[in-house]
Design a protein. Structure first.
Length: 371
């Protein structure tokens, strides 16, 4: 026998958890997570940074619209702040002037700073590597686990259910409802939300729908130990404008990434050793830190629709099938606003005013653009 609910959410990462938290107040819902805990894949492998100048226009709009939530979340959502300020320095080496010009055309709130100031904020930076530098003082670290757990608690507090080890094996349309079969049982609902991350197109195919051309892309990360006296946690986030490497202080060490976007299939991602080595070599050209060993490494998937925008909305050819995929590595920083938008669309409400004011164009996110 299938259990009947109002909404089935497939995927317990930040996308599924946040939209479920928004809907649980007035919908009986269940979140189906294929792993033994929510957030095992991309959500748990994020660089965890709030960057309103990062990504295509739709992402920037959603990031800006999420700002108030990060600063002042709902009461009892989190026991400590979700964000802590950490400026970002974009260094411009001699050969990346074109990328710098492109960044300045699309971004806001940048300040030109001297090479000396860039080195003050990130002391190991090599002054002879940097021709110019830009500062974005609006960026911050995000406590991803605190954010994700806050949404999961909201789901449970409102009566929603989270079922783990519930990989979707089959989806059928029967009697005007969606029936989803998993090892943890079968569930039926009028509304099915596809928040399955890198597996989003696979879920669509199980439902008999064409995918949107979702492409997961791997990003590798190295954990680089630094000497205790360096006071690394006081440093800024730094990267080159050409996005060939970046480094972020975290837990008394540096997270260093080659910033690659290697197309792969949906899987349990891991760091690519060769790509990581190449990225660390570029990092060492810019920074006076000798990397002799790593304290760890990991890989994550950033999944993109063909035009780089998220996919958010009901499928025009399948009643009750709602897309919420393709966040492209920006899912953490956009989750407050994107989940609010998605929950409004599920309820057939208008785009929330504060999101619309940030210049979001709903047609840029609509799944209808692929049909």
């Amino acid at each position: 026998m299938s259990r009947s609910v109002d909404v089935i959410v497939i995927g317990g990462g930040i996308a599924g958890a946040s939209v479920a938290a928004r809907l649980a107040r007035d919908h009986k819902l269940v979140v189906l997570e294929m792993e033994d805990r929510p957030g095992y894949h991309s959500t748990g492998r994020s660089a965890a940074t709030y960057e309103p100048n990062y990504g295509p226009p739709s992402i920037r709009s959603l990031t800006r619209a999420s700002g108030d939530f990060f600063v002042a979340p709902p009461e009892s959502f989190a026991a400590s702040p979700l964000v802590s300020p950490r400026p970002t320095i974009f260094v411009i080496p001699e050969h990346q002037q074109r990328e710098a010009e492109a960044l300045l055309k699309t971004g806001v709130d940048f300040s030109a700073i001297s090479v000396a100031e860039a080195c003050r904020q990130f002391p190991p930076l090599r002054a002879d590597y940097v021709k110019e530098a830009l500062l974005d003082a609006t960026t911050a670290d995000i406590d991803v686990d605190l954010l994700h757990q806050g949404f999961l608690r909201m789901i449970k507090a409102e009566g929603g259910e989270i079922v783990c080890k519930a990989e979707v094996r089959a989806i059928a349309r029967r009697g005007g409802a969606w029936e989803v079969s998993t090892p943890a049982g079968s569930f039926t609902s009028a509304i099915l939300i596809n928040a399955a991350g890198a597996w989003g197109d696979e879920i669509a195919k199980l439902a008999g729908l064409a995918g949107v051309g979702l492409q997961p892309k791997r990003r590798s990360m190295a954990v680089v130990p630094v000497e205790a006296q360096m006071n690394v946690m006081a440093w800024s986030f730094v990267g080159d404008v050409g996005e060939t490497w970046y480094a972020k202080p975290s837990g008394g060490r540096l997270l260093v990434s080659p910033a690659e976007a290697e197309p792969v299939g949906p899987h349990d991602a891991y760091a690519d050793d060769m790509t990581l080595a190449e990225g660390i070599a570029r990092f060492q050209e810019a920074v006076d830190i000798e990397v002799t060993r790593l304290a760890g490494s990991w890989g994550g998937l950033r999944s993109f629709a063909p035009d780089g925008n998220p996919v958010c909305g009901f499928d025009s050819d399948a009643q009750g099938f709602f897309w919420l995929i393709g966040q492209g590595g920006y899912g953490i920083q956009t989750s407050p606003a994107l989940s609010e938008l998605a929950s409004a669309l599920v309820r057939h409400k208008a785009v929330p005013a504060h999101i619309e004011r940030e210049g979001l164009r709903l047609e840029d996110l609509s799944p209808a653009r692929f049909h």
